[in-house]
Unconditional design. Structure first.
Length: 115
């Protein structure tokens, strides 16, 4: 491992996050700062991609808000993430679910795995 990656890994505070992958429905409890106030906002949606490994890893969550698709990219090691809850495990055959952007209504549903 080269020195730059080693220093990056040491500098990042690791959050305990559950195991999830593309297709899973998750709730991200995210800290929002407005002026001097701080509150927790819950962002619930389907994971459409996981990006990279290590200190710079991110994941993208997509939800439908008032009939409009909204995507948000979260860094895995962000100090603003309070917790992540996995609500359902999806049954998909892809690692990147960008095709969901073109689907609406019932066609955009993801089948859930039986546990």
């Amino acid at each position: 491992m080269d020195l730059v990656k080693f220093v990056e890994e040491q500098a990042v505070v690791k959050n305990e996050i559950p195991a999830f992958k593309a297709g899973d429905t998750i709730s991200v409890h995210y800290k929002i700062r407005e002026g001097n106030k701080e509150r927790i906002q819950v962002y619930q949606g389907a994971v459409i991609q996981l990006n990279s490994e290590g200190a710079n890893a991110t994941f993208t969550v997509r939800k439908i808000s008032n009939g409009i698709g909204v995507e948000r990219i979260f860094p895995v090691n962000s100090p603003n993430i309070e917790k992540i809850v996995v609500n359902a495990h999806g049954k998909v055959r892809r690692a990147k679910l960008f095709y969901l952007r073109g689907l609406t209504g019932k066609a955009a549903r993801i089948k859930t795995k039986r546990v």
